[in-house]
Write a protein that binds this ligand. Structure first.
Ligand code: NAX
Length: 328
């Protein structure tokens, strides 16, 4: 049998945590032959710690054969100790009357502390996925705060946006989602993201031809994918949770176990390609093999795409500028 791996999850008592932990423990993320030890972090307040205890009781009650151990804590250095994977879900939500800038700063504090803790105690091969918003900038901050870890170990979640785009294309064309290849979502996990179907195929046919409705693509599809999170809040009264957890599972599973040549979208530090300044945490197409992601290179960028890609880049740069002074 395989040796267990350590999976840290922050915000473990939150709604995404509740949709995520049970799937990790059942083997959906790392495989049905991979035992896991869950190391769960919550805020050091009674209510959060009590809720975490309850989640751990339920995990116990599932008697998952692959769940080899559990740790519940309020200390990032305990949660991240020797961790092989970290899913950073917990973040400060926007409160009433809170400015965007304040939200950025509050989250910067969290991700500086957590980046430092990862730097100090995690496995040198740790794979980090940031889900908590603003996800790209939080991942960038954690990466900057962990100088002894390889930069490529830090990623942000664009997979929910990628999956949303796949489903919208499936319902437009009446073709199954698994007949689609080579879709991309460029940029920031925010309404400025750019879902790009120019290279995609749907059941072997070029996506633009299969859709055959450029006005729909530009005026309905792109904004709809971008505003999907808000539409879920409007309908449910709370933000996406099960679909976000599902995307986190997809992201980590593909990174760890490979995509068999399929393109997926991950937020990763740029290598300077596609006119994205080096280091910027930006959604790009990748394939994964042997526990590593590789960027899809050499794609042509047309004027429409350039403008969309620069727009979402500008937002990311503004976010980075807003927190730069805190990074020392
Ligand atoms: P909840 O408020 O239900 O849960 C968050 C949990 O994190 C809470 O239990 C809280 O106590 C805990 N927490 C807060 N700060 C913490 C810290 N410093 N250390 C440890 N735990 C901490 O939110 P939920 O719906 O689970 O969403 C979590 C985050 O995911 C939010 O920032 C949300 O905006 C973000 N999302 C990101 C998505 C993406 O695609 N990247 C999509 C879904 C979601 O909106």
């Amino acid at each position: 049998a395989k040796a267990p791996v350590r999976v840290a999850v922050t915000g473990a008592a939150g709604q995404i945590g509740y949709a995520l932990l049970f799937r990790i423990a059942s083997g959906e993320m790392l495989g049905k032959d991979q035992p896991v030890i869950l190391q769960m972090l919550e805020l050091p307040i009674d209510k959060a710690q009590a809720a975490l205890k309850g989640v751990m009781m339920e995990l116990e009650d599932c008697a998952f054969p692959l769940l080899a151990g559990m740790v519940g804590t309020a200390d990032p250095k305990v949660a991240f100790k020797d961790a092989d994977y970290a899913l950073l879900v917990g973040a400060k939500p926007r409160g009433p009357g809170m400015e965007r800038k304040d939200l950025l700063m509050e989250n910067a504090k969290i991700f500086i502390e957590q980046g430092k803790a990862l730097d100090a105690v995690a496995s040198r091969n740790i794979k980090v996925l940031v889900v908590g918003n603003p996800a790209n900038t939080n991942a960038w901050i954690a990466m900057k705060s962990a100088p002894s870890l390889p930069k490529e170990n830090f990623t942000a979640m664009l997979r929910l946006d990628h999956n949303r785009a796949l489903s919208q294309l499936a319902s437009k064309t009446g073709k199954p989602v698994d007949s689609m290849e080579k879709l991309i979502v460029w940029g920031n996990h925010s309404p400025t993201m750019y879902p790009d179907y120019r290279f995609a195929t749907i059941a072997g046919q070029a996506a633009p031809a299969a859709v055959n409705d450029d006005a729909w693509y530009k005026n309905e599809f792109i904004p709809k994918v971008g505003k999907r999170g808000a539409a879920i809040i409007e309908a449910r009264g709370v933000s996406s949770a099960a679909s976000a957890a599902n995307a986190a599972i997809d992201h980590m599973r593909d990174w760890a176990l490979g995509t068999n040549g399929k393109w997926v979208t991950m937020g990763v530090p740029s290598d300077g390609s596609y006119g994205i300044p080096e280091g910027t945490l930006y959604g790009v197409p990748v394939t994964c093999v042997g526990g590593k992601y590789q960027r899809v290179t050499g794609l042509a960028i047309d004027d429409f795409s350039r403008q969309k890609m620069d727009f979402t880049l500008k937002e990311l740069q503004e976010e980075q500028d807003g927190v730069k002074s805190m990074l020392g």
